[in-house]
Design a protein around this ligand. Structure first.
Ligand code: MRU
Length: 371
C-alpha cells in the first residue's frame, strides 16, 4: 500500500553491513505501536528482537504475525542453524502470542523445509522461504479482495446507494503483509468505483480500529466513521449497517471464528438483525493459513490470549502540544481482566471469504489439503 507516495509492505528484509564489515540480513517492520501519530520503520536484527516485536504488538494481526515468525526463524539461522537452535527459536516464537494460528503454521512450515536440509544451507533457504510466505500472503489477500468484491457488488446492485460496512479491530494491510483480509474487499470495491463507507469500531483496549483501520482507510481515501465498540449493535438495529466483515485469528474446521474481543457481540447483533427483523450478513475474511484443521469446537479448544492489565488501565493519545502520552483512566488498584479474543459460533456466520472463494462455515472442511 502507499504511504507518503511510497509503496510499502508491513515487513521485508534487507542486507546490512555492520560496523565490523560483516554483511547480514535484517528485517524491517512498520512499528504499529506508533501509529497513527508517527510512521516509523524498525530494524530487527535477531530472534529476541522479533519475539519482543510480536509480544509488544509492534507487529500484529494474524497473517503478519505468521510472516514475522517466519523471519524470526530466518534470523535465528544467522546465529545458529542447528536443530537445537531451530527448536529453541520455534519455542520462543510459539509462546510469543498464542491465539493466531498463522504463527504456528509459519513456524511449522519453516521447520519442515529446513529440517530436510544440511545445516550449512539452512540460513539461505530460510530467507527464501520467509520471503515466499510473505509473497504468498499478498496473493492470498488479493484473491480474498476479489471474492469479497463480488459480495459487495451484489449488495450495491440490490440497493444502488452507498454500502455501509461494519468492521472491527484492524484486518487491513497492516495486519497482513499487504492488502489485508477484511479490508481487501473494501479496497477492491473502492478502487472499482463502488461507493463504500466503513463503520470502524474503535476496538478497546488497544484501539486498533481507531488507530490503525481509520489511518489505513484515510490513507487510501475510503470514507469511514469511527464508532465506539458499543455503538455497533445500535447501528445494526437502526438499519445503518448493510454487511459486517471482520478478519480472524483462528478458524476451526467447523467454521467457528476466533477474532478480536468484541467480534462475538457484533455477530450476535447481526444475527438478531435490524428493527424490521432483517438479518445483517456477517462475513469473515480469512486465508487458509488461518484455519486450524486440528480443532472442531472453537469455544472449548482455542486458547484465548490474556493480555496485560496496563492495556486497560492506560490510554495512549496525542496531547494538545503534539506529544504522545499514556494516561491512566482507572481508579488506582482496580482489578481488571483483559481477554484479547472471543469466538463467534459458526451458526451466526453467513460466509467465510477465503482465497479459494466464499464458503458457508460447514463447507470449510472441503478446503483441507488445498492450502
Ligand atoms: O491483537 P491483534 O491486533 O493482533 O488482533 C488482530 C485481529 O484480531 C484481527 O482482526 C485479525 O488478526 C485478523 S488479521 C487480518
Amino acid at each position: 500500500m502507499v504511504v507518503n507516495q511510497q509503496q510499502y509492505r508491513t515487513i521485508w528484509h534487507e542486507s546490512n553491513l555492520n560496523d565490523a564489515g560483516v554483511v547480514s540480513k535484517v528485517v524491517r517492520v512498520i512499528d504499529q505501536t506508533q501509529l497513527p501519530h508517527a510512521f516509523e520503520v524498525l530494524f530487527i536484527s535477531n530472534l529476541s528482537q522479533m519475539v519482543e516485536a510480536i509480544k509488544t504488538m509492534q507487529v500484529r494481526g494474524a497473517p503478519l504475525i505468521g510472516a514475522a515468525a517466519a523471519y524470526g526463524i530466518a534470523l535465528a539461522t544467522q546465529e545458529d542453524a542447528s536443530d537445537a537452535s531451530l527448536e529453541r527459536a520455534a519455542g520462543h516464537l510459539l509462546r510469543s502470542r498464542p491465539t493466531a494460528v498463522n504463527l504456528r503454521w509459519a513456524v511449522e512450515r519453516m521447520l519442515g523445509v529446513l529440517s530436510l536440509q544440511t545445516v550449512e544451507v539452512r540460513s539461505e533457504l530460510a530467507w527464501i522461504e520467509a520471503t515466499l510466505i510473505c509473497d504468498e500472503d499478498v496473493s492470498l489477500n488479493q484473491a480474498i479482495g476479489a471474492h469479497g468484491l463480488g459480495i459487495l457488488r451484489q449488495l450495491h446492485a440490490s440497493q444502488s446507494r452507498t454500502i455501509n460496512v461494519l468492521t472491527h479491530c484492524n484486518a487491513g494491510w497492516l495486519a497482513t503483509v499487504d492488502f489485508g483480509t477484511a479490508l481487501a474487499p473494501i479496497y477492491a470495491a473502492h478502487d472499482a468505483g463502488l461507493s463504500v463507507h466503513v463503520w470502524v469500531s474503535e476496538t478497546r483496549p488497544r484501539n486498533q480500529g481507531a488507530s490503525l483501520t481509520a489511518w489505513e482507510l484515510g490513507q487510501h481515501g475510503v470514507a469511514h466513521t469511527v464508532i465506539t465498540d458499543n455503538a455497533g449493535g445500535h447501528l445494526i438495529q437502526q438499519g445503518l449497517v448493510d454487511i459486517v466483515i471482520v478478519g480472524a485469528d483462528r478458524v476451526t474446521i467447523t467454521g467457528d471464528v476466533c477474532n478480536k474481543i468484541g467480534t462475538y457481540l457484533k455477530a450476535l447483533a447481526a444475527y438478531q438483525g435490524d428493527c424490521a427483523g432483517r438479518r445483517v450478513p456477517f462475513y469473515v475474511a480469512a486465508p487458509t493459513p488461518t484455519i486450524d484443521w486440528t480443532i472442531e469446537d472453537g469455544i472449548r479448544d482455542i486458547e484465548i490470549e490474556e493480555r496485560a492489565a496496563e492495556e486497560l488501565i492506560g490510554m495512549v493519545g496525542r496531547l494538545k502540544d503534539g506529544r504522545v502520552a499514556t494516561v491512566n483512566i482507572l481508579p488506582e488498584g482496580t482489578q481488571v481482566l483483559n481477554p484479547a479474543f472471543d469466538v463467534t459460533p459458526a451458526k451466526w456466520i453467513t460466509g467465510i471469504i477465503t482465497e479459494h472463494g466464499v464458503f458457508a462455515p460447514h463447507q470449510l472442511h472441503g478446503l483441507r489439503g488445498r492450502t
